[in-house]
Design a protein around this ligand. Structure first.
Ligand code: BO1
Ligand code: ZN
Length: 248
């Protein structure tokens, strides 16, 4: 996993090492609700999101973001019955959850990677899913239908997003780049997601990983209604860890 920086110059040079970073389907993008094309499609089905996530859960700071990974069985020994997955909408297969991570900024008007109607939010959460057809994320990254990432915005509110503290309280243990922590408790994804009605409206497009290798393998599913997060949660916790955001 190579080193890369987020300054304007550094981002411009990502494509020197990673061809895809200069491609035509790069993420993030600006989403403009007036330019999006409304279409009827089957519901997005989110399976096992109300169940306790199977442990152990690994919290990791990779120097760009903090991620939570769920343990999978080795490739070719399929996980039976525990890993949350999505299907439906325009997805052509089932996509299994690999993990989730956050992007945030050092000012309140910086942080999200996507923008919605020119609004940039202080934080964005990505839930990365792998097409079941491919055994690993690395393999999935080589295919245009390899990954589906669900993206959620946060907006600043007075009060803590209490469920999010199930993760936020461990952030001080991974302030150092490369720090990892195995959580000794688990939780349900539904507890940190928006209410069901907000999961019925989303924007979909074909794009890429937002960091090198920038693989154009991602079906993005972006939920426009932001979830709450307090200033304390963002400033005292997320902002204490290193971060970066791809400029758009
Ligand atoms: S993002 O959701 O577009 N911000 C994004 C960007 C980079 C990755 C994933 C999502 N990178 C990949 C690594 C893999 C790793 C996987 C874990 O993340 O290239 O090595 O297994 O989710
Ligand atoms: Zn991301």
């Amino acid at each position: 996993n190579g080193q890369f920086g987020y300054s304007k110059d550094e981002q411009a040079r990502w494509q020197e090492q990673h061809r895809s970073c200069g491609g035509d389907l790069q993420s993030p993008i600006k989403i403009d609700s007036l330019k999006a094309i409304p279409i009827r499609m089957p519901a997005l089905e989110m399976i096992r999101y109300h169940d306790l996530l199977p442990g152990p859960l690994l919290l990791h700071n990779n120097g760009h973001s903090v991620s939570l990974s769920i343990a999978h069985s080795p490739p070719n020994q399929p996980d039976v019955g525990f890993i949350p997955y999505v299907f439906g909408a325009r997805l052509t297969n089932e996509y299994e959850l690999e993990g989730l991570h956050f992007h945030w900024g050092d000012k309140n008007n910086l942080g999200s990677e996507h923008t919605f109607n020119d609004v940039r939010f202080p934080m964005e959460m990505h839930m990365v899913h792998r097409n079941r057809r491919y055994p690993t994320v690395e393999e999935a990254m080589n295919h245009t239908d390899g990954l589906a990432v669900l993206a959620f915005f946060f907006q600043l509110r007075e009060n803590d997003n209490r469920p999010l503290n199930q993760l936020v309280r461990y952030l001080p243990h991974v302030y150092a780049p490369n720090a990892s922590l195995i959580l000794n408790e688990t939780f349900t994804l539904a507890s940190i997601l928006p209410p069901t009605e907000d999961l019925e409206r989303f924007y979909m497009y074909r794009g890429s990983l937002t960091t090198p290798p920038c693989s154009e393998a991602v079906t993005w599913i972006l939920f426009p209604n932001p979830m709450p997060v307090s200033v304390v949660q963002v400033i005292k916790n997320f902002r204490s860890t290193p971060r970066g955001n791809r400029e758009i």
